[in-house]
Design a protein around this ligand. Structure first.
Ligand code: COA
Length: 199
């Protein structure tokens, strides 16, 4: 069920929500929001094969919360190699999933999340973002299939929905091959101090 049952009063979501790095205490809310917004098939997407068992890119798991702390939207980005060029892997980010609480959709929050995520990714020095999504939605943020024609997801995907946004001009020129995860493995954050195993 939506955490915003009285959302009909919202017409412009932008000033009403705080966008910040996702906190550990929001993980259960995020999973519930993704189930609500995307349905049970969400875990069978090809993008999920890239995300599974990995941590999001540093500083690029974002939440939008309402005044009472309820989660209104989520977006995360993941370190990938966007195929290869001249034999070398080309680093980039994969964006997704992006989801807004269904009771709040159409009020500008998705756009706000996208613009925030794009600005953060650029600020952190990444070269490009790739995503699988509806071009009719994502082209407004500058995404296009122009540079992705020779890239493939690790599973079924519609080529017209594989889109990219470059920050550094030419970052994706000539890339080809399969998109692969390169992010930190889940659990590694907890293993910074060496394990002590009792004899
Ligand atoms: C897609 C989604 C994130 C957009 O968020 P939102 O807050 O509703 O979007 P905004 O209010 O910023 O923008 C609304 C505009 O986007 C358009 N839009 C939304 N989803 C669209 C889609 N899939 N294709 C084309 N246009 C779309 C709306 O028609 C509206 O257009 P308008 O500005 O011309 O009226 C949200 O609808 C959602 O969570 N959907 C379910 C999950 C999902 O499909 N996520 C994307 C795949 S990872």
């Amino acid at each position: 069920m939506s955490a915003f049952p009285n959302a009909a009063a919202f017409t412009d979501a932008a000033p009403l929500f705080r966008i910040a790095s996702e906190r550990a205490c929001e993980i259960a809310q995020r999973e519930a929001l993704l189930d609500l917004a995307m349905g049970p098939g969400r875990t069978r997407k090809s993008s999920e094969a890239i995300r599974r068992g990995r941590l999001p890119a540093e500083g690029l798991a974002l939440s939008a919360t309402g005044a009472d702390g309820a989660l209104a939207a989520t977006v995360r980005l993941w370190n990938i190699s966007a195929g290869r060029r001249d034999g070398a892997a080309v680093p980039a980010l994969l964006l997704g999933p992006l989801a807004v609480d269904p009771a709040l959709q159409g009020a500008g929050l998705g756009g706000l999340m996208m613009r925030h995520a794009i600005a953060e990714a650029a600020r952190l020095g990444h070269g490009a973002i790739i995503l699988v999504g509806d071009p009719e939605y994502y082209q407004r943020f500058g995404f296009s299939p122009e540079k992705t024609a020779r890239l493939a997801m690790p599973g079924p995907f519609e080529p017209r929905r594989l889109l990219a946004l470059e920050f550094a001009a030419g970052h994706l020129d000539g890339v080809s091959g399969r998109i692969r995860p390169t992010g930190r493995l889940e659990g590694t954050a907890r293993l910074r101090t060496p394990l002590r195993i009792a004899a």
